[in-house]
Ligand binder design. Structure first.
Ligand code: G16
Length: 545
């Protein structure tokens, strides 16, 4: 019977979702990502794979269709493992194999996967599917659903949801609802009631005012925020721009704001107004404002991480609970932020390679792990022991009143946070909660430390995988002489730092540089980019300053 099912599955795949070219595609930083028209066969096959993974784990698996911050014509797919985390690394290899086999080898590849992983076909498989607002997403979602069903898996199609919502639903279901109700209503209710309870009846506090402007990147985040406002009522006023009429991520969104260090289009930015940007699937968040001199100021993932870690550390201290707080960053973290964390915040800091899966896993090693990429992707995770301790302190009447109050606040804060993955909407509520508690304006938050001027560039090369890195991507091991060259360029710049790495979501090599002035950061990035172009087979025109 198994042979028959696989034969039919291969037939459907070949007819409806054939692999049309020999082009190799790889499961990268965040799943498969490329032009939408090249993805139908990949998505069909990922439906099959998700069902297999579900059979193996005897748990719900998620499939999210999105290309996040990429341009609208792109699309992609990422798989969500049982605890809401990114797909395990060994399965990324299997996914890559399945995505690339010839149409006629589908059947045998499926059999091999089952055999190698000791999976019994027929075990109940349940897959949660979600998609972003891209025009190509409904068709690709259908491909996933057809793939799941072709191997007798069951599907719940959540339609248009943010990536973090899907992670949340998967976790809720797999914890038998201990983490919450696995639907949108459950998600909004949990987050909003904790947020409102923390806010109390004074919506403003000190220099904090309860209104902000939000750039929705013309994506799912804008849609969800509109619904969310019904739950939040008037305790926070969010004015949404780029709310869906324009092109997704075009001249707007968190990546645009972070990389170009300028405001999104179609959004007025008065001096002092607190503003934030979401990305295309609402898993990244950055803040920004215009200072009294009219300068654009960015508060990125590093600023969010330090704000949140500082607040949590304070509450832990006040509650008297003994817990360690750690912060996880990547090489993109601004040098000033790392210095601030070490010297002022007094929190342990770890550096890992780019990709939420690396940050998330490292963060789990702390009692309370705060992790953020500089691009605004991150969250906070509390170990089960930490959760227990906080809960106990919140209800232990033998403790001093201040301890109980702080523990209660921490306990509520845990419900504002989507611990399953970085979630821009949940992070926004978290930041707003901390600013409200501190009574801070956005400028007061920004004053913690001053970012070193920095610059990111992209270099197109024949094969980005010729770049190999080590030490959490901070050093390059291949091509052999590249790192020595980078070192001697960096040495010319005061406070200079630079690294290069192959992107896992785009066909480019990324260059990051920081230095004592913007002009120097630009110059440093450019010189390193030219070196990459020279030593790693650059294609097209040489990178321009
Ligand atoms: C994804 C990952 C992030 C990563 C970003 C850029 O974000 O989830 O961890 O920082 O891609 O990755 P790379 O530099 O390898 O292209 P998103 O928001 O696009 O899913």
């Amino acid at each position: 019977e198994m042979a028959d099912i696989f034969k039919k599955s291969q037939q459907l795949g070949t007819e409806k979702y054939p692999r049309k070219s020999e082009k190799w595609i790889q499961y990268g930083t965040s799943g498969f990502r490329t032009k939408a028209e090249e993805l139908a066969h990949v998505l069909y096959r990922m439906g099959i794979l998700a069902a297999f993974r579900s059979m193996q784990k005897n748990a719900v698996i998620g499939v999210m269709i999105t290309a996040s911050h990429n341009d609208e014509p792109d699309n992609g797919v990422k798989l969500v493992d049982p605890h809401g985390e990114m797909l395990e690394a060994s399965w990324e290899v299997i996914a890559t194999e399945l995505a690339n086999v010839k149409n006629e080898d589908l059947e045998s590849t499926m059999s091999n996967i089952l055999e190698n992983n000791k999976i019994v076909l027929g075990t109940n498989a349940m897959v949660y599917v979600g998609r972003d607002t891209r025009p190509s997403s409904p068709f690709l979602a259908q491909a996933v659903i057809d793939g799941i069903k072709s191997v007798q898996g069951c599907v719940t199609d959540f339609g248009v949801v943010s990536t973090p919502q899907l992670h949340y639903f998967v976790t809720c279901q797999n914890t038998e609802k201990a983490y919450g109700e696995p639907d949108e209503e459950g998600y909004f209710s949990k987050l909003s009631s904790a947020f409102k309870a923390l806010r109390g009846s004074n919506y403003d506090n000190g220099s904090y005012q309860h209104s902000l402007s939000l750039d929705g990147a013309n994506g799912v985040g804008a849609l969800k925020m509109k619904t969310f406002q019904e739950y939040l009522g008037n305790c926070i006023k969010v004015s949404i721009y780029n709310s869906g009429d324009g092109k997704l991520n075009y001249q707007c969104g968190a990546d645009h704001v972070k990389v170009l260090q300028k405001p999104p289009q179609n959004m007025p930015l008065e001096v002092g107004t607190r503003a934030a940007s979401l990305d295309g699937d609402a898993d990244r968040l950055v803040y920004f404002y215009r200072d009294t001199q009219g300068n654009f100021k960015l508060l990125d993932g590093d600023k969010i991480a330090t704000l949140v870690a500082g607040y949590i550390k304070k509450l832990i201290k006040e509650s008297g609970v003994n817990l360690n707080v750690g912060l996880v960053q990547t090489a993109y973290a601004n040098g000033s932020s790392t210095e601030y964390i070490n010297n002022t915040l007094g929190v342990e800091v770890a550096c890992v390679p780019t990709g939420v899966k690396f940050l998330h896993h490292r963060a789990l090693e702390f009692d309370v792990g705060v992790y953020f990429e500089a691009n605004g992707h991150g969250t906070v995770v509390f170990s089960s022991a930490a959760t227990e301790k906080i809960k106990n302190a919140a209800t232990d009447e033998s403790l001093p009143a201040e301890c109980i109050t702080a523990a209660k606040q921490l306990f509520l804060l845990m419900d504002v946070i989507n611990q399953t993955v970085g979630d821009a909407i949940s992070d926004l509520l978290l930041v707003e909660t901390v600013l409200h508690a501190f009574g801070w304006s956005v400028a007061e938050w920004d004053a913690a430390y001053t970012d070193l001027p920095n610059r990111q560039m992209k270099v197109s090369v024949a094969d980005r995988n010729v770049i190999q890195t080590t030490d959490a991507e901070r050093r390059c091991t291949d091509p052999p002489t590249l790192q020595t060259e980078i070192d001697s360029i960096v040495a010319k710049f005061s406070k200079g730092r630079s690294f290069v790495r192959p992107s896992g979501t785009e066909d480019v090599v990324r260059v990051y540089a920081e230095a004592d002035s913007q002009a120097n950061a630009d110059k440093l990035a450019h010189e390193v980019a030219l070196k990459v172009y020279e030593l790693a087979n650059g294609v097209g025109n040489a990178p321009l300053l």
